[in-house]
Design a protein around this ligand. Structure first.
Ligand code: UD1
Length: 300
């Protein structure tokens, strides 16, 4: 595990070696690769705040794009030829067709999404030119926590819907702000495809196995294929927690598409992947158990 701990947590590196290393430091990266027989790299590190990416694009292009080029360069130096990349539904921008399959137009509407799309383009060129095969996994809304509660979400600041709702249930915040109630959806709030992190993890194993058996470079959309509105998520959280969740209706947040739902049939057929935790009640329930543990054991 390589992390600069700018957003990650040392306590969560529970399996394998840990190297405190920034991808901007190529010599430190070379030292991690040296003397190891690395067969594949899974690349998760990136900045992910859409609003911040609009205000400070350099931060996003430097880390998400330039530092990824560093990593790919060091991989080439050490003849590591398999790469799994965390991409995102943000590369589609405002969808013109839902559910969103891999051939949907790629028109990201913020620097975060553009930084991820740039890396997808780089990977396609590198795979054509060099000895590299890759899989880009486009996550829809990553949600839930490890069912054993070993690891879960811990962001600072927290911006994601489900942990914010659970904070309101725990009384850690006064209320949950609903960003926009006038969208063209069944109840006026945004619809998203929430995919359990354990299912995302399983897709990475599937991608690794795909490359391991000689599979071609490819891109996959990862979601459950079902959308839930912000109000539906709040109602689910009320049922799961048995607590009151005060809400405040606010205006739209800039850059939010009304509906994002994945068509993941390609991942199902090529990677033999099938979500095992698709039930939204289970997703919120694992997040709820984790959020309570987070305050008990980490954010004391
Ligand atoms: C966004 C990105 C996604 C990225 C993720 C990581 C887009 C389209 N999606 O997901 O690619 O990986 O951030 O940060 O750019 N909401 C509220 N109140 C809140 C918080 C959120 O109503 O206090 C609503 C949002 O308007 C949205 C939904 O809840 O409709 C989910 O929001 P969030 O959890 O922030 O994820 P996305 O913005 O969908």
């Amino acid at each position: 595990v390589v992390d600069n701990l700018s957003a990650g947590h040392r306590e969560f590196v529970k399996w394998g070696d840990f190297h405190l290393c920034d991808l901007g430091d190529m010599d430190a990266l070379r030292a991690v690769f040296a003397g190891r027989n690395i067969s594949a790299v899974m690349h998760f590190c990136a900045f992910t705040f859409v609003g911040e990416s609009v205000e400070n694009p350099q931060k996003y292009y430097q880390n998400n794009v330039a530092n990824t080029l560093n990593l790919l360069r060091v991989m080439r130096e050490f003849n590591v030829d398999k790469f799994i990349f965390s991409s995102t539904a943000a590369i589609f921008g405002n969808p013109v067709a839902v559910p969103i399959s891999e051939d949907h137009p790629l028109e990201p509407i913020n620097p975060y999404g553009r930084s991820k799309l740039m890396v997808e383009r780089v990977l396609a060129d590198y795979a054509r030119a060099y000895d590299l095969r890759y899989v880009a996994l486009r996550y829809f809304n990553a949600a839930g926590a490890d069912p054993d509660c070993d690891v879960g979400e811990w962001h600072d600041p927290e911006t994601h819907l489900i942990p914010l709702i659970l904070d309101a249930a725990l009384g850690k915040r006064e209320s949950l702000a609903i960003f926009g109630t006038d969208y063209d959806t069944s109840d006026g709030t945004c619809v998203r495809d929430y995919i359990h992190v354990t299912d995302l993890a399983a897709a990475h194993i599937g991608a690794l196995e795909h490359l391991g058996r000689g599979g071609a470079s490819d891109v996959f959309n990862l979601g459950n294929g079902t959308g839930f509105s912000v109000r539906e998520i709040i109602d689910t959280a009320r049922k799961v927690t048995g607590r009151d969740i005060p809400i405040q209706e606010k205006g739209r947040r800039a850059g939010d598409p009304a509906v994002l739902i994945a068509d993941s049939t390609k991942a199902m057929s090529v990677l033999n992947w099938k979500p095992a935790h698709a039930d939204i009640g289970e997703i919120v329930e694992t997040a709820w158990r984790w959020q309570q543990k987070l305050y008990r054991e980490y954010k004391k």
